[in-house]
Design a protein around this ligand. Sequence first.
Ligand code: NAD
Ligand code: UGA
Length: 458
Amino acid sequence: MKFEKEILCIGAGYVGGPTMAMIAHKCPRYRINVVDINPEKIAQWNSNRLPIYEPELDEIVSGVRGRNLFFNTDIGAGIRAADIIFVSVNTPTKTFGAGAGMAADLQYVEKTARQILEYSESSKIVVERSTLPVRTAQAMERILISDKPGVKFEVLSNPEFLSEGTAINDLENPDRVLIGSQQTKSGLKARDVLCQIYENWVPRGRIITSNIWSSELSKLVANAFLAQRISSINAISSLCEATDANVDEVARAVGLDSRIGPEFLNASIGFGGSCFKKDLLNLVYLFRNYGLDMEADYWEGVILINENQKDRFVMNMLRNMFNTLAGKKICVFGFAFKANTGDTRATPALTVAKKLMAEKAEVMITDPRALGNAKNDLQDIAGRYKLVDDPYEAARGCHAIAIMTEWKLYRTLDYKKIFKSMQKPAFIFDGRNIADHDKLFKIGFNVFPIGKAKMVHF
Ligand code: NAD
Ligand code: UGA
């Protein structure tokens, strides 16, 4: 069968895999190839055990894989065959040299651009799908200048806005698809080609276009605003704890103002995940680079509040557990950075577990999906910890439970049974405010929510 378009995605990660599976699912007339430098990951994408857990992803992938979606490691062949290339490689925070700990590490993106240049034998549209500092497209364009006759590249920015745990729904029903292009004739033509792909399932009114720099910057700003809301409510949670106000009641009252809205006002142990902190650091670095220090300080505050929230949580445990955790057993409920994912990148649970171990506590970690990643994250960490599948087993004999991930499971456990098996007095610190605190208190727990009065029996 001759396909109408040949699409390539470079980078088979949390973005590349689900995004391409959705395009393949919605557009059977396109052939989609996903490539990666990591052969193990590609083998997993070709197996019944995908490299990431995401609700509904297995069904979508198994419906299209081998039909019009293909995973492999032949990057050169993929580039040669493609009309459109999505670049979805990782852009972590730089760990070395100038800008270490702040700037985005662009080595993978640049390498990809050079590979595209090397292997291309015809003109292509290159789509930035990774999250990048504003003006990266300029560097891409400068690398992608070919001396091969008839080979030209048009670079577009098309940032991804999906959230893990709801990726399939986010891809199927996006709030918006953003496409940034150069405002030249060829730039606008390439933009229209990409629009047509999304028009297969996204209403035209939700596909918005802009200049390429606005598009690159909008992605960083969207993440910064979302993270800012979490830090804002988390900052308020400290004041609530000091004054007996209730952060959920405050968030409800504030969020009902239609100008503010109710989403992303859940006070928590702090945001985790691979992107919020990285993208905020990147934004702060950009501000400083342009000499905008006051603005940089403002956005840096969002990160500082997030770090403070985790410190506050552990200090609260320490103070309320009679100022010593040494030799105590603490059960950590949830290691994923949020519910419905196995992803543990930048998870607050790791920070909390490390701090507890630094206090010489023994940490029992349980999670329905993330223990595989937890094992890798903890392998070089000194301290006493165990990974336990069954939450009842994990909590047995513990002095305290710390809820780190908002898995539904942790609402519905038999806490009477758990209480009976624990050391007394038994403590529960709910870093997600998901448990039924009144019920836990009645069972006998000393309960410490976020941003609400503690409930203690002594
Ligand atoms: P990831 O680490 O899961 O996947 C990136 C993949 O790219 C890896 O498998 C890596 O092996 C591969 N890769 C790196 N260099 C390569 C090369 N030269 N050739 C081929 N493959 C290469 O990362 P991710 O979470 O999918 O994020 C990718 C980008 O998307 C980042 O910029 C991130 O900020 C952005 N983003 C992520 C999310 C998310 O939910 N994870 C959402 C929106 C945007
Ligand atoms: C986030 C954005 O929501 C996506 O739009 C974006 O595409 C993505 O980052 C990215 O660029 O990688 P994600 O990190 O997958 O998505 O998940 P979120 O739902 O945003 O949650 C991030 C963190 O904030 C989690 O740790 C979550 O538990 C926490 N959170 C979220 C809160 O503490 N309170 C809230 O009210 C909401």
